[in-house]
Design a protein around this ligand. Sequence first.
Ligand code: ADP
Ligand code: MG
Length: 318
Amino acid sequence: MNEFELIARYFQRPAKRALLGVGDDCALLAPRPGMALAVSVDMLVEGRHFFADVDPEALGHKALAVNLSDLAAMGAQPAWCTLALALPRADADWLAAFARGFYALAEASGIELVGGDTTRGPLTISIQVAGEVPLGQPLLRSGAQPGDEVWVSGELGAAAAAVMVRQGQQLVLDASAMAHCAERLDRPTPRLELGQRLRGLATAALDLSDGLVGDLAHICERSSCGAVLDWSRIPRSPMLAGLPEPLQQQLALAGGDDYELCFTAPAARSARIRELAQALGLPLSCVGRIEVGSGVRVEDGRAQAVTLAQHGYDHFAA
Ligand code: ADP
Ligand code: MG
């Protein structure tokens, strides 16, 4: 199988939404009138973002999911993507499984693969996504105001627990809890519907890839404010229940890979946010408040400071 056979076999499907898809020098795309394009790219490198023995179908899902999560965080509707792949070899079984995972999520989320690049090299996957968001309505990181409430979707900490176990740390998780945590790590669900429904409701939003405390600090920085989180209101994954509390705090507040959304909104909108949670069948929890100042503080239920060993992941930290 040469490069062009590989592309034709696994990554070329008829264009529906694009004017021109895979096969020419460029794809041709036309966003609908009144729409801005939200564009983002993420790279996944073996040994850094995933383990060498990861199931290729799960990897196809995850590589796209983490990018869709960025579109969700902007309130954008997925439209088109490109896929750059470096592969150590053209392994037909691996490619078929990767493409299955990728296309299952692509079709479910309405995004179309319109081009890419394929080369030999250490396994690296880079996907660029583009989505549409009505002009003037994107969810930015910069709109939070003192007094706003801080919300998160879903449950936190399970994916980070799976990372620790795979790195060889013994956690007291039974087999079914570990299976649940591994599923959260390997097959995150981008909160696309939530993101779009938060347009006009949230003042700021981002997706949680590196851990709540570190990620919320980005909203604070861009919005020139601080935040206080209440540990007793954090929706920690029930899978963490048997773990010591400081470890639960580390996983749920500073563990990454959950790909839930964190957003801020004026307190007067909390009833609408609770209605949205009902409508989506997705828990939305109010976990803190934006305040004047800078940085993110965490308090337990009795206003005592909670301290964490590590706040989030930084690839270039010393
Ligand atoms: P060029 O040399 O112009 O970059 P390529 O030979 O790399 O073109 O690619 C040929 C066509 O196949 C292009 O339309 C490109 O976008 C597409 N393509 C290449 N690799 C992939 C991939 N992994 N997934 C989807 N489309 C791809
Ligand atoms: Mg090329």
